[in-house]
Design a protein around this ligand. Structure first.
Ligand SMILES: CC(C)(COP(=O)(O)OP(=O)(O)OC[C@H]1O[C@@H](n2cnc3c(N)ncnc32)[C@H](O)[C@@H]1OP(=O)(O)O)[C@@H](O)C(=O)NCCC(=O)NCCS
Length: 368
């Protein structure tokens, strides 16, 4: 019995932070960001993580023609949970009224959706669950420093969701999986906050709050990690790169995507990219890109799809799977976020204020 995607949806927040906007915040320009990353703009969320997850979930449920009460499990992949307990998946369960569903959060950083997909499809294939809502969602701007040009230009906010159900069709579902981690390399990508480390304090330390990565080290880990991981997953599926109809990679950086897929020997025409308008949205990037691929008619019935990611941990993962027979939504939803009351600079004002004294003390030259 195969486990297939029967519904899909996304929530890209309405507020955009363009490269030109960023150039008013830090010492950067559109040319540098576009050439090094392929990103022109990214979504910035004016509400909460679970609000984006809820919108994406409504679209996915409608596409599958299901009600929330049909779900028996909700899995949410995120590194930017709204709160740590209850889990964000439980908050979403309440919002949706998914009273028959279990719910838990999963953290594998940017690999979260791939880890979640491997877990959820296994649970459906083994009969543990019949209908699972898997959401990848991030409100990354909350852990970024919009006075640090090294990190703030890369990331965006958003949510993507899929419904995974069993299928009686022959030869569909997961064909090969590869999941891995390298804890000793974990210091290359860190969000030190949102955990219990340290003493209780009323003071939040900016240096302990902001996301940090070592750009060039991560770049190398990413290209090698995704290439090797897809190769292993293909081997387990007894397939080669020629058998792949579409790769939907984690949207980390356009150069990373191009380097990894070219090493695999997959032509650009078979690689889904939407980083230009979405930025790197960590666990949300693959389900949002998958959604766009379906909307653009780039997925055909019974296509062989590869999803692949790397991320903090360090983690990596790839799943090769065969799509089912339906690539059109059964129904649509009009779910949307509430309209913002201000602009993107209003959303980032508190962030700029928070990091002001930190950069004065550390005399960071990237601030403008
Ligand atoms: C971050 C990344 C785009 C930087 O590209 P790069 O080619 O490695 O650039 P470098 O780090 O070598 O920096 C080159 C120069 O540009 C500068 N620079 C960095 N960010 C800049 C910005 N936003 N605008 C302008 N200049 C910038 C650097 O200070 C450096 O200047 P210097 O040569 O005077 O020291 C790239 O390393 C990358 O994508 N890494 C992976 C990051 C990632 O995916 N993270 C997600 C997982 S957490």
């Amino acid at each position: 019995m195969g486990a297939v995607i029967t519904g899909w949806g996304k929530c890209r927040p309405p507020l955009s932070l363009t490269n030109a906007d960023l150039a008013t915040l830090v010492d950067t320009d559109d040319e540098w960001i576009s050439e090094r990353t392929g990103i022109s703009e990214r979504g910035i969320c004016h509400v909460e993580t679970t609000d984006m997850a809820e919108v994406a979930a409504h679209h996915a449920l409608a596409a599958a023609g299901l009600s929330a009460t049909d779900l028996d499990l909700i899995v949410m992949a995120t590194v930017t949970p709204e709160i740590s307990c209850p889990s964000n998946a439980c908050v979403l369960q309440e919002r949706l009224g998914a009273v028959n569903a279990g719910a838990f959060d999963l953290n594998a950083a940017c690999s979260g959706f791939v880890y979640g997909f491997a877990s959820a499809t296994s649970m459906v294939a083994s009969g543990v669950a019949r209908r699972i809502l898997l959401v990848g969602v991030e409100k990354l701007h909350f852990v970024l420093d919009y006075r640090d040009r090294n990190t703030c230009v890369i990331f965006g906010d958003g949510a993507g969701a899929v419904i995974i159900e069993h299928s009686d069709e022959p030869d569909v579902g997961v064909l090969g999986v590869d999941l891995g981690a390298d804890g000793p390399a974990g210091s290359t990508m860190v969000i030190p906050t949102l955990g219990t480390r340290g003493e209780l304090s009323t003071f939040r330390d900016p240096s302990m709050h902001r996301l940090h990565f070592e750009g060039q080290a991560v770049y190398k880990i990413a290209v090698k990690g995704m290439t090797d991981s897809v190769t292993r997953a293909l081997g387990r599926a007894s397939l080669t790169a020629d058998d792949i109809d579409l790769v939907v990679p984690h949207q980390a950086n356009l150069r990373i995507i191009k380097a990894a897929t070219s090493r695999l020997g997959v032509p650009e025409s078979k690689v889904m990219v939407n980083i230009e308008t979405h930025g790197n949205t960590s666990a949300a990037s693959i389900p949002m890109a998958l959604c766009d691929a379906l909307d653009q008619g780039r997925v055909a019935p019974n296509d062989t799809i590869a999803i692949t990611a790397f991320g903090g941990g360090v983690t990596w993962g790839s799943v090769i799977f065969r799509w089912g027979d339906r690539v059109a939504r059964l129904q649509t939803s009009d779910a949307t976020l509430p309209a913002p009351t201000g602009d993107v600079f209003d959303v980032l004002a508190a962030n700029r204020e928070f990091y002001s004294s930190y950069h004065e003390e550390n005399s960071d030259s990237s601030d403008v």
